[in-house]
Design a protein around this ligand. Structure first.
Ligand code: ATP
Ligand code: MG
Length: 400
């Protein structure tokens, strides 16, 4: 039996004049994500996308997994293609739905008749399909209020489709419809969740990581890459900028008052990130900060870090509790990696009593012995990137 994946847009439907553009970006995203599974044809009709495999050995399970992580998709179903006549639909329904119905106790049938010329009206379609299913599976009962399975029959332009209901999609907006931004990624729980949250709003992601070898290890860098590859299953490919940060941390350690270490370090991160971002068409920075979570995330501390940048800093987790953030990180499968105990540059020079309420001007005074411009410029010059996709870091050939 020939099968397809039917995809329903989410918020896309609201986008008026931009609709065409949104649709073509989403179609491109789907094509890219499914590319290595073999050829597919993607058609659009009546606000539904039809994904039709071109080969018999198409891995539907894997394709459905991937589709479930593509932003902009409200729902999707794996469906059997039938001819537009009742004989074909009734002939295929029992066999196609066998596995699904075997374990169910109750079901109902719903019909959507987009083609009003079809031989039967919706209630008649439901009655006939329900009848053959009850005949084939006598253990089943019809329950129109709370069925285990909703069997759908959709009569559309070119064919009829039979499936066992729609699965929730990832929602959001297609990646690439909202421009570029750069996530400051650490190895922690929060920043991968922040990255995912903003990709969901249609942003294409770059990522920036500050590494301080030998205080931080290659394993810590690998952890960041692993986290990003998990985010990339949703966001698509990510360019990861690696910033050498050792010298700056040492200079801060030698030249600044200890209670300002963290604040000054964060201000240096922001200055460098802003340069890297604007050199690469990113219109905003993203961080995983959440108000009050740690000393550097009080409002005065955030004001002190924000004051050194002039591009927007998006903080999608700012009002979330740790519990809510952890829930998302488990759902997107970054949690287990995030809690691996490798050191981050933030933890290397942590002051015993960090300043939590810096007043305007105090950070400037505390960092006055640093040659900020020279340090920032050197770090930006030494920054390099690697490409990360859902399978991990891409080999250097594809990186160049
Ligand atoms: P996370 O769980 O994301 O590590 P956190 O609660 O540990 O966050 P901080 O260590 O204070 O918080 O970092 C706050 C934010 O600063 C992070 O969410 C991230 O966006 C950024 N950040 C921290 N360390 C780094 C780093 N080494 N490289 C890049 N960005 C970083
Ligand atoms: Mg951290």
């Amino acid at each position: 039996m020939k099968e397809v994946i039917l995809i329903k847009d989410g918020e896309l439907a609201l986008k008026g004049l931009n609709r065409r553009n949104f649709e073509s970006i989403m179609t491109g995203n789907i094509r890219r994500r499914l590319r290595d599974l073999g050829g597919v044809q993607i058609r659009r009709a009546q606000s539904t996308l039809y994904i039709e495999p071109l080969h018999d050995d198409f891995d539907f399970e894997e394709a459905l997994e991937r589709v479930s992580r593509i932003f902009g998709i409200a729902g999707f179903s794996r469906a059997c293609v039938c001819e537009k006549n009742m004989a074909d639909i009734l002939g295929k329904a029992p066999e196609y739905l066998r596995e699904t119905l075997k374990n169910a106790k109750t079901f109902k049938v719903e019909a959507k008749r987009a083609d009003k010329r079809f031989e039967l009206k919706s209630p008649e379609i439901c009655r006939e399909v329900g009848g053959v299913l009850l005949g084939a599976y006598p253990h089943l009962k019809v329950d129109v209020h709370n069925p285990d399975i909703v069997v759908m029959v959709e009569i559309r332009d070119y064919a009829a489709y039979l499936h066992a209901g729609q699965i929730h999609g990832a929602g959001g907006l297609p990646v690439g419809t909202a421009g570029h931004a750069a996530i400051l990624i650490s190895g922690g729980i929060d920043s991968p969740v922040a990255a995912w949250t903003m990709a969901k709003r249609g942003l294409t992601l770059d990522a920036i990581h500050f590494a301080s070898p030998p205080y931080t290890s290659p394993r810590a860098e690998l952890k960041v890459k692993t986290l990003l590859s998990k985010v990339a299953r949703y966001s698509g490919i990510i360019r990861l900028w690696m910033v050498p940060f050792t010298e700056i941390q040492e200079k801060i350690g030698e030249n600044c008052p200890e209670d300002y270490f963290t604040l000054i370090m964060r201000r240096m991160m922001m200055r460098i990130a802003e340069r890297v971002a604007s050199k690469n068409n990113c219109l905003a920075l993203i961080t995983g900060e959440s108000l009050g979570q740690v000393a550097s995330q009080t409002l005065p501390a955030i004001a002190a870090t924000d004051s050194v940048t002039s591009i927007p800093v998006l903080r999608p987790l700012i009002g979330m509790d740790k519990e809510e953030i952890v829930r998302i990180s488990k759902a997107i499968d970054t949690f287990e990696t995030s809690i691996l105990p490798y050191e981050d540059c933030c933890t290397v020079f942590t002051p015993k009593h960090p300043h939590t309420k810096p007043k305007p001007g105090q950070c400037e005074a505390a960092e006055e012995k640093l040659d900020i411009e020279a340090l920032v410029e050197k770090a930006v010059d030494e920054t390099y990137y690697v490409l990360i996709d859902a399978s991990g870091e891409l080999p250097p050939k594809e990186n160049s």
